[in-house]
Design a protein around this ligand. Structure first.
Ligand SMILES: *Cc1c(COP(=O)(O)O)cnc(C)c1O
Length: 856
């Protein structure tokens, strides 16, 4: 017998298998990967090597189900959701995969047997940060819900070599560092060089008449190749494993062929590098459109590769194109993938030879569009000359779409040229620009906003004429978050407390949280909740102490604002209030003061000077406040660097007050607000985005609401004057004066002048001072409740948790599935469930033990 065979025999004797979910098999898998995949022994291996070995062992256990899911979906010709998103803010995968597979106890025990702590290994994983903020995180939550709900789905995105930058703080200022997340390898992805498509750029369009029909050919193009990298998306329970397919750019072989022949080798290699630059880096702007050609190239590369793949899969069914919508529901996450519309038309007409009307029907019926913001600076508008040189055929098609659409628009607004000009896909600027939001509304059967208020404002403010032309297309899908990551995984003690009270049904049916309501009056439960919150605070304090040298006082109220740094999110309102508290303590006012720790974190777009200056201001205030002995134990402020998913998972469970303080009418939904709510933080918020629905669900009396409403803010903006709010309010006047007196920047005179000029010069679109009094009063109410009625505080926190059911991404996905996608679950079934495999493994284990007893 060969050595290899013998060792396999030994393994079988011991009951271990490559797929096994039992402790012994996991140990085996880990050890084998450490040796045969990573080439390590126990002396050379680092913690990161052990993380990789464990990740590979877990991936082995996913693969079986993954392949099975794919087979079932193919064999039974299912309809699939195709979620197209330029961003997926995934964070770490190991803990999520382990929980969803249902093998956490086994993995933990396996690592313990080897003398390692599972948490420490899991902590080695680098976040997959392929997104900016809420939009990218939503895509990740949706993928989790789709798989958990057993809906066949493929997420399509780009495999950026560099994700969202790492933020360092130097001298209080943001410094960006490249996020080389793939440097140590990505154990979850599988490269699929066999799945690759050429994507064309540039060239020109030829047309000819053939048999009385006009034919278009896009020629002389420069191709780039898209290669697929697949990541498994494990549903909770492990039944369905869907795919996240990310494209990476490679030079096409024919790309450099001519240059090589011409002998210019270096030129040819440079061209290759240029092509591969396409997926080099994620654009780090959140809610800001920049008309950069490389970004347009990324978008088209992404759309074209994804559609090729989707069409290839459909062609294999042998069905005719008029049945495409029976197999595919394509969802566009914002306008970033909106070239899907002309690309779909181009392929169907120029390659599949469908007539315009047939192609249009296929395109519109199979696509939906999600709008994410009303902010004018975020709306994508590509210059016509750029499209003309990069995508000439697509520009032709867009013009034809517009021509046909405007004929319809004229029937709705006869003679009203102002309205026709507003709905046109072409903005008559110099140069002309294509409005991608208008294209997305015209070219899809569904346009949705992401919270009730947002959808109303979308219809009434942003595109009222479009809403009149296509009233039936507009619909609301309030965002959600996955409770598997944001509660079960991020906050195990709270998850356990909830499960102990109402059972584990909430994990896959978040509406079951309502069963917690009676526990809001149970002193024992409230006490347990308080302990769980304290535990989370201690864990956060330990981590921040270790990693950032930040010292947190556990006994203080944790007041947290974590999200992208943006003027509309009003981190400055928070800062102004902190200065008011600072003055109160300096004045020696001890009236009911509740000691607080303010945590602020978030990244600013590298080109957004005001946002970066806000970070500097917060850091300078922190420096002064934290080094003032009079503040000790009363007031602390920390800017935590490098906000990301894995950091959010630690901060959110430890939070008492969740700051959701955007100017009403500016935050489309927010999802951070939902994560805090289900972790038992109380919301300090404006009536904006999903805060409104949070208040509806929990009862307004269980939040701290303040500030202008959306219509009031809108009405105020044109004649906003900040001065009366300052002169007529002594406390505000003193805070503003101190803030801009040089007190926080005595060594850096004048640096905050741009902030002062913005806030006080009447150019403040976000009305900070108009809301400051109301904000400070709401903060005062929070302070008094926390200090004087801790029982009542905990009751509100528990009532918030009990009311969070609506904010599951499972609910959001169920609504998309029935209203937009017309799709249902497809269980992978029978032996697919993780439990059954574990039970099989246990049976093997038992047989082994019996056998040992016989032999012993
Ligand atoms: C949830 C989340 C966001 C979105 O937060 P908002 O408060 O809704 O803006 C941004 N970044 C990360 C890392 C998140 O997890």
């Amino acid at each position: 017998m060969t050595e290899k065979k013998k060792s396999d025999e030994n393994r079988k004797d011991e009951g271990a298998s490559r797929n096994g979910f039992d402790v012994e098999s996991i140990i085996w898998g880990f050890a084998e990967h450490l040796r045969y995949t990573l080439g390590d022994d126990r002396y050379s291996a680092t913690d990161h090597d052990r993380f990789m070995a464990l990740a590979y062992a877990i991936r082995d256990r996913i693969l079986h189900r993954w392949i099975k899911t794919r087979q079932l979906h193919r064999q039974s010709d299912v309809k699939r959701v195709y979620y197209l998103s330029l961003e997926f803010l995934i964070g770490r995968a190991m803990t999520n995969n382990v929980i969803n597979l249902g093998i956490e106890p086994e993995v933990r025990e396996a690592m313990e047997e080897l003398g390692y702590r599972y948490e420490e290994l899991a902590d080695q994983e680098v976040d997959a940060g392929l997104g900016n903020g809420g939009l990218g995180r939503l895509a990740a939550c949706f993928m989790d819900s789709l798989a958990t709900m057993k809906i066949p789905a493929v997420g399509y995105g780009l495999r950026y070599d560099y994700g969202i930058f790492r933020q360092k703080i130097e001298n209080g200022m943001q410094v960006e560092q490249p996020d080389d997340w793939l440097r140590w390898g990505n154990p979850w992805e599988i490269e699929r060089p066999d799945i690759s498509f050429p994507v064309h750029f540039g060239g020109r369009v030829e047309s000819a008449r053939e048999k009385g029909i006009r034919i278009y050919r896009w020629v002389d193009t420069q191709p780039v190749v898209g290669i697929a990298y697949d990541m498994p998306i494990v549903g909770y329970g492990g039944d369905t494993v869907n795919t996240l397919r990310l494209w990476s750019a490679r030079a096409a072989e024919e790309f450099d062929f001519d240059d090589f022949n011409a002998g210019d080798y270096v030129e040819a290699v440079s061209a290759k590098v240029m092509a591969e630059n396409l997926t080099k880096v994620l654009y780090p702007n959140d809610k800001l459109y920049l008309g950069k050609e490389l970004r347009l190239r990324q978008q088209y590369f992404f759309v074209s590769s994804s559609l090729r793949d989707i069409f290839r899969r459909f062609r294999a069914t042998g069905k005719s194109w008029d049945r495409f919508h029976e197999n595919a529901a394509i969802q566009l996450n914002d306008t970033h993938p909106s070239l899907t519309i002309p690309e779909c038309m181009r392929i169907l007409m120029d390659e599949e030879h469908l007539a315009w009307d047939e192609a249009w029907d296929v395109t519109v019926r199979s696509t939906g569009y999600t709008n994410h913001t009303l902010m004018p600076e975020a709306l994508e508008k590509w210059p016509v000359p750029m499209l003309e040189s990069l995508l000439p055929r697509h520009l032709q098609i867009i013009y034809e779409i517009n021509h046909r659409f405007l004929q319809k628009a004229i029937t709705v607004f006869p003679g009203d040229m102002a309205k026709i000009a507003k709905v046109s896909l072409v903005e008559e600027s110099d140069p002309k620009q294509i409005r991608m939001a208008n294209l997305s509304i015209v070219g899809t059967h569904s346009t949705n906003g992401v919270a009730a208020l947002h959808t109303e404002l979308l219809k009434s403010r942003l595109v009222p004429e479009m809403a009149q032309i296509f009233p039936q297309r507009f619909n609301n899908k309030t965002n959600g978050i996955t409770q598997r990551r944001w509660l079960l995984q991020a906050n195990p003690p709270l998850a356990e407390l909830i499960t102990g009270a109402i059972g584990e049904g909430w994990i896959t049916d978040f509406s079951r949280l309502t069963e917690l309501k009676p526990f809001a009056d149970d002193p024992g439960f409230l006490d347990e909740f308080r302990k769980v919150k304290k535990q989370a605070k201690e864990a956060l304090a330990l981590q921040l102490q270790r990693e950032q040298g930040i010292r947190l006082e556990i006994a203080t109220l944790f007041d947290v604002q974590v999200k992208r740094i943006h003027e509309y999110k009003r981190q400055l309102l928070n800062a102004l209030h902190i200065v008011m508290l600072y003055n109160r303590i300096r004045d020696g006012k001890k009236d009911d003061f509740q000691p607080r720790s303010f945590l602020i974190a978030g990244k600013a777009a590298p080109g957004y000077a005001m946002a970066k200056l806000i970070i500097k201001l917060i850091n300078n205030i922190a420096q002064v406040v934290n080094s003032d002995t009079a503040m000790k134990g009363k007031l602390a402020l920390h800017f935590v660097p490098n906000y990301r998913v894995s950091l959010a998972e630690k901060i959110i469970p430890a939070t008492d007050v969740s700051e959701q303080i955007s100017t009403a009418g500016t935050e489309a939904s927010g999802t951070g607000n939902m994560k805090f709510m289900c972790n038992g933080a109380l919301t300090m918020g404006t009536l904006d985005g999903a805060n409104i629905e949070i208040a509806e669900e929990a009862g307004a009396e269980n939040l701290f609401l303040f500030g202008l409403k959306a219509d009031e803010a809108e009405a105020l903006i044109p004649h906003y004057d900040p001065s009366p709010y300052i002169t007529e309010d002594e406390e505000i006047r003193r805070a503003v004066e101190l803030l801009f007196s040089g007190h926080f920047n005595f060594a850096e005179p004048g640096i905050f002048d741009p902030i002062r000029d913005m806030l006080l010069g009447g150019r403040d679109r976000y009305l900070h001072l108009a809301d400051l009094r109301s904000y400070a009063d709401a903060q005062r109410r929070a302070e008094q409740l926390y200090r004087n009625e801790p029982e009542a505080w905990c009751k509100k926190a528990v009532l918030n948790i009990a009311s969070a059911g609506k904010f599951s991404s499972d609910r959001a996905i169920a609504q998309y599935a029935s209203d937009v996608w017309d799709i249902g679950p497809r269980p992978v079934g029978e032996d697919g469930s993780a439990r059954e495999i574990i039970e099989d493994a246990r049976a093997i284990q038992e047989r082994r033990t019996k056998k040992e007893r016989r032999h012993g």
